[in-house]
Design a binder for this molecule. Structure first.
Ligand code: SF4
Length: 105
């Protein structure tokens, strides 16, 4: 499950995930994303559970990193504007190519 040791860790994770996700609604009165709502409601209660169904479901939604430290990407993240991981990799390559070209001039 997504477990955040403090608000700062949560803010960083949200900046990498929720800030780019169609499920994250911008208005203060908009309902919270169900993935985040489930975590806000049950994560602390279930964080030390072993095989509780709720813990298993939260683990599926926001898995831990393979190292066991920190949270991996949200399984329900759907990027806004149909931006895919491939688009982001291509954009990174494009920026690197442009930077290299500028240095060579
Ligand atoms: S689905 Fe995941 S990434 Fe998207 S807003 Fe909800 S918690 Fe954040």
């Amino acid at each position: 499950m997504g477990y955040f040791s403090n608000a700062t860790e949560g803010d960083f994770w949200e900046a990498e995930n929720c800030a780019h996700c169609v499920h994250n609604k911008p208005g203060q009165d908009d309902p919270m994303c169900p993935v985040m709502l489930a975590h806000m409601t049950y994560a602390y209660e279930l964080c030390n559970a072993e095989s509780h169904p709720g813990k298993v479901i939260l683990d599926w939604l926001i898995p831990r990193n393979k190292s066991g430290v920190g949270n991996a990407r949200c399984a329900m993240l759907v990027r806004k504007n149909a931006v895919s991981d491939k688009h982001l990799k291509d954009w990174t390559r494009y920026k690197a190519a442009m930077a290299e070209m500028e240095q060579s001039q």
